[in-house]
Design a protein around this ligand. Structure first.
Ligand SMILES: Cc1cc2nc3c(=O)[nH]c(=O)nc-3n(C[C@H](O)[C@H](O)[C@H](O)COP(=O)(O)OP(=O)(O)OC[C@H]3O[C@@H](n4cnc5c(N)ncnc54)[C@H](O)[C@@H]3O)c2cc1C
Length: 455
């Protein structure tokens, strides 16, 4: 097949997409701004591990990567809640022990995808920055960071996976009639480390996502294969308790000693890391359209960056790749009508991307605050009970997002109705002894109907 596709950005989405396209017989060239991460250490401050869930796993398995990815995974059964002065408590994510999410190394996964892409003949060119895009012509201006030389490249077409600060998206966003909104959260994040114990042992439970919820802010920790944990502090950027106010080593040490004493005891380099690592920004991107004619398509964070609190940004980007491939397969992959393919892709994905953006923002409140409320635990217990009794009619919102392929927009819509029904069934009670499950089933039938199968 002679069709040639250009990709901008060899991050998680671009490198996986290139594998899908190469497997369909396309010639693929990828331009990546950074040096090859297999030879250079990743910048400090980028999240070095991520939560991988069902949607992402399915997309990796579909290109034959199940075994390779399996080796990189650490299962996390639930949230381990650390309240001050109490023993940590595990709050399982799913209705049974099969429903887990996984911690995976970002550079490890990205390196695997780059290796496999190259094995499939993808031409990946590192240190090449996209500096300008002419969407009407599909014309890219690029700069070689090693030589400083600038040159042009014509794409037929360009799929832009250049991440949350995408130059491609901003270019499309400036075109008449188009829109592109980047909404920055008032909270930022800082990455820290709990190193491994002697002999690469894990100093806190390996199979959990640890959370220190403190209502206005929180600390989380995800395990790495070497026994360490990547710890992330999420808090307001400015204000009384904020990154701005934690401005000296003694402020940081005092704050952690008061608020996160058990975590502090495990972080010998806390103060050094705190001031060496950048404070990251968190953005939600909503834009339209995602494509320009048959020339340019945005995919992954470039189209729909979201805040990380549902652990779905990468999963959503991988689901994009899976669905893009499905759409290609249903047409005439040997000579696709790119405009039609791009329009169909956008029609299937944009509402869903906006929905997971909302779900992710909401989950910040769940993680830092709702998990501390006994009523939240009661609703969760009833959710699992309803799911056990009526699996075709009720799946908890978190589970629809993490363990199923229910479209995000349906998960958002059903989730809102479900919350109301759970409140109605619990009423003023403090336990579930009184719940009338016949009536519950009636409510599910009349208000929800069957859970949609999904994409
Ligand atoms: C703190 C944090 C925690 C997160 N945790 C999770 C999680 O647990 N689970 C999850 O699913 N998601 C998580 N995410 C989201 C996830 O990181 C992103 O959704 C994912 O990386 C998107 O992949 P992408 O390929 O679209 O973008 P990226 O991975 O950002 O890749 C974009 C690539 O494009 C390149 N590029 C950019 N501009 C140019 C240019 N002009 N020219 C050439 N190349 C360019 C970049 O160098 C980069 O390699 C998290 C995000 C953050 C910030």
């Amino acid at each position: 097949m002679s069709e040639h596709i250009t990709i901008a950005g060899a991050g998680l989405a671009g490198s996986l997409l290139s594998i899908y396209l190469a497997r369909r017989g396309y010639a693929v060239t990828v331009f990546e701004r950074r040096p090859d991460l297999r030879e250079h250490e990743l910048d400090a401050g980028r999240s070095i591990n991520l939560a991988l869930a069902n949607r992402g796993l399915r997309a990796l398995e579909a290109v034959g990567l199940a075994d390779d990815v399996q080796r990189l995974l650490i299962p996390m059964q639930g949230r381990m809640l650390h309240e001050a002065g109490a023993n940590p408590v595990l709050q399982p994510y799913g209705k049974d022990t099969h429903e887990v999410i996984y911690s995976i190394s970002r550079p490890g996964l990205n390196a695997l995808l780059l290796n496999v892409a190259e094995q499939h003949g993808v031409d990946i060119r590192f240190n090449q920055t996209l500096t300008e895009l002419n969407p009407a012509e599909g014309l890219l201006s690029l700069k070689d960071r090693a030589s400083g030389d600038s040159y042009t490249h014509t794409a037929h077409p360009l799929i832009a996976t250049d991440g949350s600060s995408s130059l491609s998206r901003r270019t499309l966003g400036f075109m008449p009639g188009n829109s592109s909104a980047e909404e920055y959260l008032q909270h930022g994040y800082k990455e820290l480390t709990i190193p491994a114990g002697p002999g690469s042992t894990f100093l806190i439970d390996k199979n959990a996502l640890h959370v220190w919820p403190r209502s206005g802010y929180m600390l989380i920790a995800l395990p790495n294969l070497d026994g360490s944990f990547t710890v992330t502090l999420f808090m307001p950027r400015e204000g009384d308790v904020s990154f701005e106010s934690l401005n000296t080593e003694s402020n940081v040490a005092d704050f952690f000693a008061r608020i996160f004493p058990d975590a502090k005891a495990l972080m010998p380099d806390l103060c050094t890391e705190f001031f060496e690592n950048p404070t990251g920004r968190l953005v939600t991107v909503r834009c339209k359209p995602w494509h320009h004619n048959d020339k340019v398509l945005l995919l992954g964070d470039a189209a729909h960056a979201i805040v990380p609190f549902h652990g779905q940004g990468m999963n959503c980007a991988f689901e994009d790749c899976y669905i893009f491939d499905q759409i290609l397969a249903k047409g005439t992959p040997e000579s696709p009508d790119w405009r039609a393919v791009f329009a169909l892709f956008e029609a299937r994905r944009r509402n869903n991307a906006n929905a997971i953006a909302d779900l992710a923002l909401d989950n910040y409140i769940v993680m830092r605050s709702s998990v501390r409320d006994p009523r939240f635990h009661l609703r969760k217990a009833l959710s699992f009970e309803l799911e056990r009794r009526f699996p075709a009619k009720f799946i908890p919102r978190y589970s629809m997002v993490m363990f199923h392929h229910v479209p995000y927009a349906a998960a958002l819509e059903r989730g809102e109705i479900q919350e109301r029904l759970l409140e109605q069934l619990i009423g003023a009670h403090e336990n579930l002894d009184h719940v009338d499950y016949k009536y519950a089933e009636h409510l599910l039938d009349t208000e929800l109907g069957e859970v949609p199968v999904g994409d």
